[in-house]
Ligand binder design. Structure first.
Ligand code: NDP
Ligand code: OXD
Length: 321
C-alpha cells in the first residue's frame, strides 16, 4: 500500500532553516514515502498524513484533511500554539541529545563567561590594561535554572561537573540528586533568593510570558562574589521584559546578560542590546536544529507510530509545551 505523504513546511529565514536542506534529508530517511515541500499547488493535500513544520503560516495545517501527526522541527512549540486553527492531532516536539548538548554548551559557555569576568577581561585587552580582578571558585556561584525539562535537566549535570552550585525551578516537583529543586509560583522567590546566575530554559506559554522582569531580577542574590546577578535567556524572547532588562543593567540590579532570544527577531538594528557593554548577544542560535538528526528522529517516530507504537515527546496542548 502507498505510504501517506510527508509535507514539509519550513519558514524561518536563517540558513539553518533552508527548506532545501530539510527536503534532502527527509528524502534520504524516508526513501519509500513522498516528501513534498509546501506550498505545492500541484499536490493533493488529502494525501498528506504527516507534517514536519517550523513556523508554518497560521491555517496552513488545517488544509490537510487526512493529517495524522504534526512534527515540530524544533523544541519550542509556541509559534504553533498561537495558531487557533491548529488541528487537534498529536503534536510532537524535538527532544534529542544533539539539540540538548548544543544548548548545554551555550549555557556552560555563558555561565563561565560571566563567572570568569570575560567582559571585563576582553575590555582590558582592548585598552591594554594589566589589572586582573580577584577570581573566585565556581563553587562560590549558584546557577539557577528555570525549566528542568530536556534541556534544563542535562545542563544542570554539566554545570555541576564544572563546579557550580545549581538550583532548579519547574512547574511540577522534581528530584535531582545534589540539586535543590523548587516548583510553582509559590517557590519561585525561594529559588531566586539563592540564584547568582539566572538561566532561562523555559517554554513560552501564557504562564511564562514576561516572567523575566524587574520583580524577578530584584529577588536574585546580591551577595555573591560577582556582586550583581546575571541573566542568561535562551528560552524565548517573549519570556523577557526588555525594558526591565535594560533598566536593571543600568541601575545595577543586573550585572550582565547573555541573550539569545528577543521579543522581535531578527533583533532590530536600533535595539540598544546590540551595543550594550553588559550584554553578550547571540542571534537565536544557542542550539541549532540539525536536519540530519531531527529528520532521523521524525522518520523513526513515524515508523513506530505506523507499527502501533506510541509517539514520544507529545506536547500537552493544555499546558502549551
Ligand atoms: P521541556 O518541555 O522539556 O521543559 C520545559 C521545562 O519548563 C519543564 O521543566 C517545565 O516544568 C518548565 N516549565 C514550563 N512551564 C513552567 C511554569 N509555568 N513554571 C515553571 N516551570 C515551567 O522543554 P525543553 O527543555 O526541551 O526546551 C525548553 C525551551 O527552550 C523550548 O520551549 C524553547 O522555547 C527553548 N529552546 C531554545 C533554543 C534556542 O536555540 N534558543 C533551542 C531549543 C529550545 P515541568 O518539568 O514541571 O513540566
Ligand atoms: C527550538 C529553537 O525551539 O531552535 O528548537 O528555538
Amino acid at each position: 500500500m502507498k505510504k501517506g505523504a510527508l509535507a514539509l513546511l519550513v519558514r524561518g529565514g536563517t540558513d539553518n532553516w533552508a527548506a532545501s536542506r530539510w527536503m534532502k534529508r527527509f528524502g534520504d530517511v524516508c526513501p519509500d514515502r513522498l516528501v513534498v515541500e509546501m506550498p505545492d499547488p500541484s499536490f493533493d493535500p488529502a494525501e498528506v498524513h504527516y507534517a514536519a513544520v517550523w513556523k508554518p503560516k497560521p491555517g496552513d495545517l488545517a488544509a490537510f484533511k487526512n493529517l495524522r501527526v504534526i512534527f515540530n522541527l524544533g523544541a519550542g512549540v509556541d509559534a504553533l500554539m498561537a495558531d487557533t486553527s491548529l488541528p487537534d492531532l498529536p503534536l510532537v516536539r524535538v527532544a534529542v541529545s544533539d539539540l540538548t548538548e548544543r544548548m548545554t554548551e551555550y549555557v556552560v559557555l555563558h555561565a563561565l563567561m560571566h563567572h570568569r569576568q570575560e567582559l571585563y577581561l576582553r575590555e582590558s585587552q582592548r585598552v591594554k590594561r594589566w589589572s586582573p580582578q580577584p577570581q573566585w571558585a565556581a563553587g562560590a556561584i549558584t546557577v539557577g535554572i528555570m525549566g528542568l525539562g530536556a534541556l534544563g535537566a542535562h545542563t544542570v549535570g554539566v554545570l555541576k561537573h564544572v563546579g557550580f552550585k545549581v538550583v532548579g525551578w519547574s512547574r511540577s516537583p522534581k528530584e535531582i540528586a545534589g540539586v535543590p529543586c523548587f516548583h510553582g509560583e509559590q517557590q519561585l522567590e525561594a529559588f531566586l533568593r539563592q540564584t547568582d546566575i539566572l538561566v532561562s530554559l523555559l517554554p513560552l506559554t501564557t504562564d511564562t510570558h514576561g516572567i523575566l522582569n524587574r520583580a524577578v531580577f530584584e529577588k536574585l542574590n546580591r551577595s555573591s562574589p560577582m556582586g550583581a546577578p546575571v541573566l542568561i535567556n535562551a528560552g524565548r524572547g517573549a519570556l523577557q521584559n526588555e525594558a526591565d532588562i535594560l533598566s536593571c543593567l543600568e541601575d545595577g540590579t543586573l550585572g550582565g546578560a547573555s541573550l539569545d532570544v528577543y521579543v522581535t527577531e531578527p533583533l532590530p538594528a536600533d535595539s540598544p542590546f546590540w551595543s550594550h557593554p553588559k550584554v553578550v548577544l547571540t542571534p537565536h542560535n544557542a542550539a541549532d536544529t540539525d536536519p540530519e538528526e531531527i529528520s532521523k528522529y521524525v522518520a523513526q517516530q513515524i515508523e513506530r507510530f505506523e507499527a502501533g507504537g506510541a509517539l514520544e515527546n507529545v506536547v500537552d496542548r493544555k499546558q502549551g509545551y
